[in-house]
Design a protein around this ligand. Structure first.
Ligand code: 3HC
Ligand code: NAI
Length: 651
């Protein structure tokens, strides 16, 4: 670990090593600063190469050091030193050059990248802006609009795209280090480029488009500070002297780094990387996964099938009869076609995915599957019958999973020959898009069966959160609690559009009632009717939603639900709904009170946090991070607020 310098044939090779991602810890910064001094001072050195050990350049500043007292040398100082070196310094980039890593590369006079390398400034995703000159240096290599797209978008660009824009000078076709050394010597024979700090920023290629771009970023930020700070930083880079812009960037960076939003986003960053562990599966080896079986080709079955195919797995889907199999097949192929149209799938990839997919009406087709996911109707008897079939047709080592939203998977497992191979895999709709997967840890699941579930999540590039068996697992249980609370608020004095507006202002993409209209009100209605017989008569029950459904208003698909869509596709406030709500309050003898946005969000967050605490106490969720990750990735909770449990921990 550390920085080594090797001098050979007039070229100094500076190698940074800090596994696993070569983050720029204090030791690395210090080593790099010493290396720069040596390059400048040593007469035998004509040029230098900076490269990362372990096949990747640098993933950025060490996020774990944020919040600790700063230690010299600072990264901005190191980058400025690099920029001022009077000999060519070539950044040799493989893997990733992210954040401070790209800033180090920008400090170098030249950049060469291996194919497949990724370069980016993802700071915005951590609630900060680049803090070592990124916003000042990048717009001195590429036009300001391109720079802003990278800085405020946070998405890395590939080496090829970086080469097109001039961000990298060359793409290496063979050995990266060898080519970088040759490039460095070649550069030493030519004139040294002027340091970026002495150049002017490059104005946007399309000034009008630049204004529209900024407006779009502001609109999308919806309460998050860092995207707006990115705009301000790039504007300063255009308007100010390089040094002044550099200093102002640092000041803005420090303020954002110390903000609640950045603390929240760092919490989520580490939470997403730690939640997938299951103690019981530790050390167990996943079973091989090549062909996945899906039972049910409806909304979820088709989405899950597509997700598997997009990840290069083979899929066999079984439906009730030929006609349903054909319909399911159509749904899957439509998703694949759409993915191809969006460029997510190449034409060769589309063909391969189609060839790896089979739809049948016969359970026997599942005989060679390694894992089967059931996604049939949400009905225990139907699911029991499906699992009995699966018991009959699958190999003894096939993992069996249910995508149920609420049902007791332990009970389902108990009805099978071998409950140790049964787990829950709860996907979110649309399953080929949503990042979240709840892995339901059944009582009897074998360690390697759990490991196989985790392996599938990884293969599908999902964030897999383990959850225990209960009604709704983590996400739907929390959601049911705040949905119920939203209904209470209607009776207590709020109106649907007030609740929805409060949630949107808080940062949710949609409020609960808009969401319900979009999903359709019939599913919840059917569930409430099923539960009616066993409902505690003493518990508070709000009948408003039932009245709305009884009126044939099932949401967007029927033109009316909580809102009226007949004239306004976004949904208009409906006096009929308002009158119904007020009548229900009167009928129950509730004096309606005014609800402002703060009071609405206090109640919603309060029940989210209380339900979260219950999930922790019952052992359904393993950590508060698990709850936050689920609410953020499955239910639209604003990432930059860190999740309900993070918010509770900061009070
Ligand atoms: N600092 C500290 N630790 C980091 C880190 C960083 N910048 N980046 C990754 N790690 C850690 C992860 O927490 C994880 O630790 P764990 O093994 O203990 O869980 C380990 O490195 C591996 O990370 P991943 O699991 O994410 O591995 P992947 O291979 O999937 O992804 C990656 C690698 C693409 C580098 C991804 O980790 C990533 O995107 N990292 C963050 C990059 C980033 O945001 N950089 C900007 C930092 S801020 C900055 O540079 C400010 C500057 O402008 C001053
Ligand atoms: P859906 O009604 O769209 O699809 C169910 C499909 O299962 C239908 O195509 C039906 O023909 C088929 N099917 C029924 N019985 C079958 C049998 N015995 N053999 C083979 N196929 C059979 O339902 P959806 O929305 O896809 O839900 C499926 C499951 O996923 C449910 O358990 C649901 O709770 C769960 N779920 C749904 C989510 C959603 O957002 N819709 C999200 C997460 C889970």
């Amino acid at each position: 670990m550390g920085v080594t310098v090797e001098i050979e044939g007039g070229v100094a090779t500076v190698t940074l090593s800090n596994p696993p991602v070569n983050a720029l810890s204090q030791a690395i910064r210090e080593g790099l600063a010493e290396a720069v001094e040596r390059i400048e001072a040593d007469e035998n050195v004509r040029a230098a190469v900076v490269i990362g050990a372990g096949g990747s350049f640098i993933a950025g500043a060490d996020i774990r050091e944020f919040g600790l007292p700063p230690r010299e040398p600072s990264l901005p100082d190191v980058v400025r030193m690099l920029d001022g070196v009077t000999k060519p310094v070539v950044a040799a980039i493989a893997g990733v050059a992210l954040g401070g890593g790209l800033e180090v590369a920008l400090g170098c006079s030249h950049r060469i990248a291996a194919r497949g390398a990724k370069l980016g400034l993802p700071e915005v995703n951590l609630g900060i802006i680049p803090g070592a000159g990124g916003t000042v240096l990048l717009p001195r290599i590429v036009p300001a609009d391109r720079a802003l797209a990278m800085i405020a978008g946070g998405k890395p660009v590939g080496a090829e795209q970086a080469a097109e824009t001039g961000l990298v000078d060359r793409i290496a076709t063979g050995d990266l280090l060898e080519e970088a050394r040759a490039f460095a010597l070649d550069a030493a024979d030519r004139d040294m480029p002027v340091p970026l700090m002495q150049r002017d920023a490059i104005p946007p290629s399309d000034p009008k488009g630049f204004e529209a771009q900024k407006a779009a970023i502001r609109r999308k930020a919806r309460g998050q500070m860092s995207p707006v700070a990115c705009i301000e930083a790039v504007e300063r880079a255009l308007a100010m002297e390089a040094q002044a812009a550099f200093d102002a960037e640092r000041e803005a960076f420090v303020a954002l780094r110390d903000s609640e939003q950045s603390a929240a986003l760092r919490h989520v960053f580490f939470a997403e990387r730690s939640v997938s562990r299951i103690a019981r599966a530790e050390g167990a080896e996943a079973r091989p996964l090549s062909r996945i079986g899906i039972v049910g080709g409806g909304t979820m079955g088709a989405g899950i099938a597509a997700a598997c195919l997009l990840a290069g797995l083979s899929v066999t889907m079984v439906e009730r009869d030929e006609e349903a199999a054909e319909a399911g097949r159509g749904r899957v192929l439509a998703i694949l076609d759409d993915s191809a149209a969006r460029g997510i799938l190449s034409s060769g990839g589309r063909e391969a995915a189609g060839a790896a997919f089979l739809a049948a009406a016969d359970y026997g087709a599942l005989a060679d599957c390694d894992l089967v996911i059931e996604a049939v109707f949400e009905d225990m008897d139907v699911k029991r019958a499906v699992f009995a079939e699966l018991d009959r047709v699958t190999r003894a080592d096939t993992v069996l999973a249910s995508n149920t939203s609420y049902l007791d998977i332990d009970a389902l497992a108990a009805g099978t020959r071998d409950p140790s191979r049964v787990i829950g895999l709860h996907f979110f709709s649309p399953a080929h898009v949503m990042k979240l997967l709840e892995l339901i840890v059944t009582q009897k699941a074998a360690p390697d069966v759990l490991a196989t579930g985790l392996a599938l999540g990884k293969r599908l590039r999902k964030i897999t959160v383990p959850a225990g068996v209960c009604d709704g697992f983590i996400g739907n249980r929390v959601m049911s609690a705040y949905r119920r609370e939203a209904d209470f608020m209607l009776e207590d004095g709020a109106l649907p559009h007030e609740v929805d507006a409060a949630m949107r202002d808080f940062g949710f993409p949609m409020g609960v009632f808009q969401m319900a209209d979009l999903a359709g009100l019939d599913i919840g209605w059917a569930m409430r009717k099923r539960q009616a017989a066993t409902r505690d008569p003493a518990a508070r029950y709000v009948e408003i939603a039932d009245r709305i459904c009884e009126a044939g208003r099932l949401g967007r698909k029927t033109g009316r639900g909580w809102y009226d869509y007949t004239d306004d596709p976004r949904g208009a406030v409906d006096p009929w709904v308002t009158a119904l709500i007020e009548a229900e309050s009167t009928r129950k003898g509730i004096a309606r009170q005014a609800f402002d946005a703060e009071r609405i969000m206090d109640r919603i967050l309060g029940v989210m946090q209380a339900e979260g605490a219950a999930l922790l106490a019952e052992g359904i969720a393993a950590s508060l991070e698990a709850i936050d990750v689920v609410m953020i990735n499955g239910y639209g909770f604003p990432r930059w607020r860190g999740g309900p449990m993070f918010m509770a921990s900061r009070r």
